[in-house]
Design a protein around this ligand. Structure first.
Ligand code: HEM
Length: 528
């Protein structure tokens, strides 16, 4: 005791002689050291063996936020090797338990409604962007009905109309865009694919009148809405920050534009329209209430936003991967000539089924570059993880990362190789599990918006599974295949330095996408 007093006495004397600024600095450093020590002791001495292992971290609250945020797939892979398929890490102060592998995907994504909940996690981000009463700003049963209404506009009949619309948008884009003037050139491709995606999706899903406004004001407003989806807004969604003010203004303006259009259309009824707005205008909830105009407007925003990020990032990856493998781009061109004839007639919806390599390009790109790397759920009651002794408490967030099983050598030989041919018959790199190859054989279930494959035990789930599964998969495939087919007809791509290198991934936003600038060399097949 005396020795401690001997030590602390002079220390406290020296401390009191410091200026206020230095005192605060020393105080903070001491606080930091103590909290690091307590945090480490807590992890080493007070492990709860009934809870999943916790990824070691020095700092409380920050935890593994930085290492996870820099490269989530690498973080999952490295910690899976240390801790197994189920482990917890601290993300922005919250204990987050990730469940990997096909069983983990199934556990999280097919979790029962009484056990797991998506809206509690996502509403802070999505409600200010989409608007109220839709998607995660309503009970899950209502979302299931909304998904059913939205799916009505995503039928084969609608897709037949969409293919020529998308084809025209792509060809006219390359005709009018300055960066593609002449016979060859270099261009950073992701911003171009973002424009092509929004033009094709808005025209197909929302009609010509809305599409025309994307040339003027709407694109900028959607950009402001987009800014609302930054990870920082999980915490600061409410703050009166400049980007949040712009987000709120954009939400009100876009919603009003849709509502005015709905009003005009109701005043002049149509009978044969096929577009999304028309279907939503004629939909009624099970309780007999017709879908209100503001909900239609908000669903229109939600659909375009949901599709834009994922399709824009996927199409950019496809173009970059084709530039890294010009031989595969040639295979695609030959596939079209062989299947459709050397004159390459205008694309029809039925043609897409005759182009399996085009389909495989999308499948394989999504295997390695799925835009959504982490899917989160709130835990509603303590959850026992099957096959383990772990129980996940309700103060944890549950996370699924299907990209991990999609790049696991157990299921995909040479998993890091982008090999579209692996999805075609007789490939040496074919997925080793029959189930990975053929979702059709999977168990199907209806959550209220039509039969969907349960995806249980599938290592390949880029469109998710369970009640929150994507309803845009078929549309995305039609859109992406048509874009790819048209680009392949017009251009040859290669990397600027002629190498096979592929650019890294940007994980800074919620959706993973290629780092920019991502420049490729393009050359027209025919004289401009
Ligand atoms: C849900 C992926 C395109 C609309 C999802 C989910 C994934 C996903 C993984 C599940 C999210 C979760 O469980 O929390 C993709 C990919 C796409 C794509 C990879 C393209 C390559 C689209 C398109 C649309 C769309 C084009 C609209 C036309 C939706 C909707 C949901 C959803 C409405 C439901 C959200 C929920 O129920 O919670 N998507 N998507 N997606 N997606 Fe997509």
């Amino acid at each position: 005791m005396g020795a401690i007093q001997d030590l602390l006495g002079p220390l406290s004397q020296q401390y009191s002689q410091l200026g206020l600024g230095s005192q605060i600095g020393v105080g903070f450093a001491a606080f930091l050291v103590v909290s690091v020590i307590l945090n480490v002791l807590n992890q080493t001495l007070f492990k709860n063996s009934n809870e999943p292992p916790v990824v070691f971290h020095w700092f409380p609250v920050i935890g593994s936020t930085v290492t996870y945020g820099m490269d989530p797939p690498r973080f999952f892979k490295e910690n899976r090797e240390k801790y197994g398929d189920v482990f917890t890490f601290v993300l922005l102060g919250r204990k987050t338990t990730v469940c990997l592998g096909p069983a983990g995907n199934d556990f999280v994504l097919n979790g029962k409604i009484r056990d797991v909940n998506a809206e509690e996690i996502y509403t802070v981000l999505t409600t200010p962007v989409f608007g109220r009463d839709v998607v995660y700003d309503c009970p899950n049963a209502k979302l299931m009905e909304q998904k059913k209404f939205m799916k009505i506009a995503l039928t084969t009949e609608a897709f037949r109309q969409y293919v020529p619309i998308i084809s025209d948008e792509v060809t006219s884009y390359f005709k009018r865009t300055a960066d593609f003037k002449g016979q060859s050139g270099e261009v950073s491709i992701p911003p171009k694919m973002a424009e092509i995606t929004i033009f094709t999706a808005s025209h197909a899903l929302q009609g010509k009148a809305i599409r025309e406004q994307f040339d003027e004001s709407l694109a900028a407003l959607y950009h402001d809405l987009d800014m609302g989806f930054s990870p920082i807004n999980f915490t600061f969604h409410w703050a009166p920050l400049p980007w949040n003010n712009r987000r709120d203004h954009a939400q009100r303006t876009v919603a009003k534009l849709y509502m005015d259009t709905i009003k005009r259309r109701r005043a002049n009824p149509e009978i044969d329209a096929q577009d999304m707005m028309f279907h939503l205008m004629n939909s009624t909830y099970k309780n007999g209430v017709q879908v209100p105009d503001h909900e239609i407007a908000h669903m229109m925003i939600a659909l375009l936003m949901a599709g834009q990020h994922s399709s824009s990032s996927t199409s950019s990856w496809i173009m970059l991967l084709l530039a890294s493998r010009p031989d595969i781009m040639e295979d695609l061109y030959q596939e079209q000539i062989n299947a459709l004839g050397p004159d390459l007639p205008p694309l029809q919806y039925e043609d897409l089924a005759k182009l399996p390599l085009h389909g495989a390009i999308i499948k394989e790109t999504l295997r390695l570059h799925a835009p959504i790397h982490s899917i989160m759920r709130a835990v509603k009651q303590p959850l026992h993880v099957p096959g383990t002794k772990f129980v996940i408490p309700t103060n944890h967030v549950l996370m699924s990362a299907p990209g991990v099983s999609a790049s696991d050598p157990v299921f995909f030989p040479k998993p890091d190789l982008w090999d579209p041919h692996r999805w075609l018959p007789d490939s040496p790199n074919a997925p080793t599990l029959a189930r990975a190859q053929d979702e059709e054989e999977e168990e199907k279930i209806d959550y209220g918006y039509g039969l969907v494959s349960k995806g249980a035990a599938s290592p390949y789930l880029p469109f998710g599974a369970g009640r929150h599964r994507c309803i845009g998969e078929q549309f995305a495939n039609v859109q992406l295949q048509t874009i790819v087919a048209e680009v392949v007809r017009l251009f040859k791509f290669r990397n600027v330095d002629g190498s096979n290198k592929v650019i890294g991934t940007d994980y800074a936003s919620l959706f993973s996408r290629p780092l920019e600038p991502a420049v490729i060399h393009w050359e027209r097949r025919e004289k401009a």
